[in-house]
Design a protein around this ligand. Structure first.
Ligand code: HEC
Ligand code: HEC
Ligand code: HEC
Ligand code: HEC
Ligand code: HEC
Length: 286
């Protein structure tokens, strides 16, 4: 089920800007409305941010985190499920009026409140805590409690900064990632069972994290557990400023330690290949 488009898309995040100014791009057809002006006003700032900071092998453009391309490729049916804000970053980030209640960069989504059931095990040396900000950021879509298109500040905002604001909202949208067995209200999992939409049920983690790799625990010291490689930077892990390697967030393992949300080169959005368990063996000595 892995994305056939992964790896075949642009190599430079600056394509965001090119894309935004290419009015003939099929993916922008929906935005051939006054929204296009808005796009011009908001996108360049974040595009500059992208050029400076994202150094992956591939680009978010056209990936499954490019919600617009989902709307374009997923045919007209998808248009009925997610509001099209006319740009990529806005589903997660905003240059202004970002959330101050979550430790994730310029975050444009409501903070999920869980409560989460945490991984636990008798053989662990460290204890998972409640998900940190950058993990809550992922869970704001992936735990299925908040709609994929729920943003605090949609393009052209200003009218309502108290959010969550759905911009060019149609209240009939705002679908969540939940499974049809949980919800019958036409949420993502209702179509995405593998029969007539690809099977997306694995993308829905829910709030029970016991079946997921533990997160939000401090990385073990050699004294705690010699079965772990020690990172060059105890605070930030192997990645440093670059997104190319495993990261720690304030010394902790979080969802984006292993995943690079902006880069589909190593599906599914991994920071490095799973081949020969390279990803796992960065941390684990096994
Ligand atoms: C699906 C959600 C999502 C989308 C869409 C998204 N981001 Fe992010 N971004 C995140 C999350 C989560 C983090 C924090 C985790 C991390 O460090 O990777 C982040 C971190 C960042 C950072 C700081 C860390 C770094 O990697 O340099 C920058 C800069 C950034 N994003 C820019 C962008 C730009 C520009 C776009 C649009 C082209 C974009 N993002 C689209 C979720 C997203
Ligand atoms: C704005 C909502 C949103 C946020 C925030 C978000 N995602 Fe996603 N993510 C999606 C959507 C939509 C998909 C596509 C689901 C599908 O079709 O399988 C997806 C798919 C994925 C996939 C599977 C990709 C594949 O090729 O099958 C991974 C892995 C993933 N996300 C990880 C993350 C991580 C880690 C974070 C936080 C750092 C994050 N996501 C934040 C919306 C989001
Ligand atoms: C009414 C049925 C329906 C609903 C509801 C629905 N989708 Fe889809 N979606 C489809 C169909 C059909 C396709 C095209 C076939 C495919 O790629 O699976 C598609 C395509 C996609 C794609 C593009 C896949 C790719 O790799 O090109 C993504 C991502 C996606 N949907 C995510 C979602 C998310 C997230 C939700 C909920 C917010 C959702 N869908 C709700 C029917 C639906
Ligand atoms: C220790 C590394 C690690 C951490 C931490 C981690 N993941 Fe993953 N994740 C993976 C790997 C590896 C895969 C691919 C598994 C496979 O292909 O069988 C994956 C797969 C996924 C998928 C796609 C599921 C599928 O099979 O399509 C999603 C969505 C996802 N992770 C989200 C998250 C979220 C959200 C968090 C935080 C709550 C998280 N991950 C934390 C390593 C990690
Ligand atoms: C960012 C570093 C990191 C990466 C990458 C990573 N892990 Fe872990 N993993 C940890 C930490 C830290 C723990 C908690 C260990 C402890 O406290 O004893 C853990 C726990 C585990 C556990 C549970 C151990 C127990 O005692 O219950 C398993 C199993 C595991 N990891 C497997 C994997 C696999 C498989 C991969 C690759 C898909 C992987 N890990 C990638 C850091 C990582």
């Amino acid at each position: 089920m892995l994305d056939a488009r992964a790896g075949s898309i642009g190599t430079c995040p600056c394509r965001v800007r090119q894309w935004a100014s290419n009015s003939s791009d099929a993916r922008l057809k929906d935005s051939m409305t006054p929204k296009l002006t808005v796009l011009g006003a908001v996108a360049p700032g974040l595009a500059v941010l992208a050029i400076a900071s994202i150094s992956g092998a591939s680009s978010i453009v056209g990936s499954r985190h490019d919600i617009l391309s989902d709307l374009a490729n997923g045919n007209s049916i998808m248009r009925g499920t997610i509001n099209n804000y006319g740009e990529i970053c806005v589903y997660c980030h905003t240059p202004h009026s970002a959330s101050t209640s979550i430790d994730a960069p310029l975050w444009n989504r409501p903070t999920p409140s869980g409560p989460y059931t945490l991984y636990s095990s008798s053989t662990m040396d460290t204890a998972p805590g409640n998900p940190g900000g950058v993990s809550l950021a992922c869970l704001s879509c992936h735990d299925g409690t908040i709609a994929v298109d729920a943003v605090l500040n949609a393009p052209g905002g200003g009218a309502n900064l108290s959010g969550p604001w759905y911009g060019v909202s149609q209240a009939s949208k705002h679908y969540k990632m939940v499974d049809a067995t949980v919800h019958t209200g036409g949420e993502c999992g209702q179509c995405h069972t593998g029969s007539w939409g690809h099977d997306a049920r694995m993308s829905y983690l829910g709030t029970d994290l016991r079946d997921d790799h533990p997160i939000a625990m401090a990385y073990p010291t050699p004294a705690q557990d010699p079965d772990f490689n020690q990172p060059p930077d105890p605070d930030r892990g192997w990645g440093g400023q670059s997104s190319a390697d495993i990261k720690l967030y304030s010394g902790k393992v979080e969802c984006p330690s292993c995943h690079n949300v902006h880069d589909p080169a190593y599906a599914p959005f991994l920071r490095k290949p799973l081949a020969q368990s390279g990803l796992c063996l960065t941390c684990h000595v096994k």
